[in-house]
Design a protein. Structure first.
Length: 367
């Protein structure tokens, strides 16, 4: 098998790469939908990202790659092993990359329970599906718009909840299903239903690069890769390792990232001013902003983080009319955020801490 094309060697498409990286830092964001014409590195970027992600600790011999440090998320089998006073051994594995075929059925995705064996022998036998293999990895769906809507709904549910539960005839089995969900599609072949479109946390529309010099760079790098894939990957390995380590540090830091009341108001005012339906966009922007701050090594989000997150969370949620601009730049979003926050909140409240910060301060005073 030839070496995978390096993620850091992909030319341009910065929004797409940023959306993938943020989901790698925090899989709880909820996935990314990449829409674009053929030959724009959609599948290459997804596969390359999985290849550079840091290895993860897993419970040895676990079919689902459970995280030994998070017992609350363990599968049914690991919980039973632990209940029997067995010490669960730990191992390491590379980040899995799972490619879901368009023809996938519900049973193929969630797995199956053998009811006959359960009735006859009293044994619970679960055959893992795609979600089991994708846990703590990257699940890639090419031409997601051609996949059965019900299957897409199941995938989005699992991505949001982080768990897959299969129930048949009063028998149930659960296992963690925390993964980076990446769906790609060519809009010329049809679109997703609005209900499903909104459930993808982030969305990026990409087109082929028009700059002649950058197109030359793309050709040169691809020719070098085709000539000697291993040598080409070794050449880019320092940058790959640097990015991998940065993502790993971001993962460790993301739960420590805080926000203020002003940050929440900025997000709410921005989505309200753009007539965004529902509240999913607000939560996605907050999660993505936290991931952006963690990726940059900070523990507090700022307006620029919010603008970068909104740039990825809003394009598929803004109602488009012939008279409004389909997309806004990061600079335009940040300018609007600052303007709206200034109008909506008195100056003496702009530095209020988030609820978690306030609780922490009150507890310190008591002690």
């Amino acid at each position: 098998m030839p070496a995978i094309f390096p993620f850091t060697a992909i030319v341009g498409q910065e929004r797409m790469k940023r959306a993938l990286i943020l989901n790698a830092v925090d899989t709880r964001i909820g996935g990314v939908l990449i829409r674009g014409e053929r030959g724009t590195a959609k599948s290459t970027a997804s596969r390359s990202l999985a290849a550079l992600l840091p290895s993860v600790k897993v419970v040895q011999d676990c079919r689902f790659g459970c995280d030994p440090d998070k017992p609350a998320t363990w599968c049914t089998e690991c919980k039973e092993r632990h209940a029997n006073d067995k010490k669960l051994p730990i191992a390491e594995r590379t980040t899995p990359f799972v490619n879901l075929p368009v023809s996938a059925t519900e049973d193929r995705v969630v797995g199956t329970l053998d009811i006959e064996k359960a009735i006859q022998k009293g044994e619970r036998h679960y055959e893992p599906g795609v979600l089991a293999g994708a846990n703590r990895g990257l699940l890639y769906i090419d031409e997601v718009n051609l996949l059965d809507d019900h299957v897409v709904d199941i995938l989005l549910d699992s991505a949001a909840m982080g768990v897959n539960t299969v129930e048949r005839e009063g028998i149930s089995f659960a296992h963690p299903a925390r993964f980076i969900l990446v769906g790609t599609m060519n809009p010329e072949e049809g679109d997703l239903r609005p209900q499903l479109l909104d459930r993808f946390a982030l969305s990026v529309d990409i087109v082929g690069i028009r700059d002649a010099r950058e197109r030359v760079t793309i050709m040169e790098r691809n020719l070098s890769y085709e000539k000697d894939a291993d040598a080409f990957r070794n050449h880019w390995m320092p940058k790959e390792l640097e990015l991998s380590e940065k993502i790993a540090r971001g993962r460790e830091l993301v739960d420590q990232v805080t926000h203020t009341s002003r940050d929440l108001l900025s997000i709410a005012a921005l989505t309200a001013s753009l007539n965004v339906d529902g509240h999913r966009a607000d939560l996605v922007i907050l999660k993505a902003a936290r991931a952006q701050a963690a990726y940059e090594g900070r523990t507090k989000i700022n307006d620029h983080d919010i603008a970068l997150a909104a740039e990825l969370a809003l394009p598929h949620r803004i109602k488009r009319t012939p008279f409004n601009q389909a997309e806004m730049t990061t600079e335009q979003l940040q300018e609007r955020i600052e303007q709206l926050a200034g109008q909506s909140m008195p100056s003496d409240e702009t530095d209020d801490s988030s609820e978690s910060e306030k609780k922490g301060e009150s507890e310190e005073k008591k002690t």
